[in-house]
Design a protein around this ligand. Structure first.
Ligand code: ZN
Length: 203
């Protein structure tokens, strides 16, 4: 399986990092070794002094597809999740400056938190999902999928022009504003609406 991540998909987050608004979705990949399952501890890697949390809605692909039209994209997933795209921001900024790929800053072991999955049938409207991240029981990030620059079905259309989507592939759909640094002993809890989807301790 592969993990396909979308960058810069919420206007307020683009502003906070002083990035340009993209004309096409920004895409990068994480390997399966980056996966951190709900309730496992996250270890801050020794090559970074500034690891940030980014809470994101996840989509799990359940059918093989290539060149998927957005009209049919909803047939290619039946579970929605929530996760964290951990980012070594200091390293990412260095790589960005040099025009180098981001993988070392985004695709390291443990950098893809994957929480529990919810069937799409339990979600009223895929383009109107409220989600949030609490750090040590303080609300640090809130988002709603209606604020995505590219909605889930549009992302599937765009991604599948470049990559064949396979059963079990996971899409990280981008983070809203409010990203920030993690410290040892932080507890991160993610919610879709009022349902807790993951709980991670930082070590
Ligand atoms: Zn992200």
């Amino acid at each position: 399986m592969k993990i396909i991540c979308i960058g810069r998909n919420y206007t307020e987050h683009i502003k906070e990092l002083e990035n340009e608004k993209p004309t096409d979705p920004v895409i990068f990949l994480k390997p399966d070794t980056a996966i951190l399952i709900n309730k496992q501890p996250f270890f801050i890697p020794d090559f970074s002094n500034d690891v940030h949390y980014e809470v994101e809605i996840l989509v799990k692909i359940n059918k093989v597809g290539k060149h998927i039209d957005k009209k049919f994209a909803h047939k290619y997933y039946n579970e929605i999740g929530l996760g964290i795209d951990f980012t070594a921001r200091d390293l990412q900024n260095k790589l960005k400056e040099k025009g180098l790929p981001w993988e070392k800053a985004k695709a390291f072991d443990g950098a893809a938190v994957i929480g529990n999955w919810m069937p799409v049938s339990e979600i009223k409207e895929v383009n109107n999902i409220n989600f949030s991240l609490h750090k040590n029981d303080e609300l640090v990030q809130t988002g709603n999928t209606s604020h995505m620059l590219w909605k889930i079905d549009e992302l599937i259309e765009y991604i599948s022009k470049y990559f064949t989507l396979k059963i079990g592939d996971i899409i990280f759909t981008g983070t809203p504003a409010g990203v920030g640094k993690v410290f040892a002993n932080d507890k991160l809890k993610g919610f879709i609406e009022n349902t807790q989807i993951f709980s991670i301790t930082v070590k």
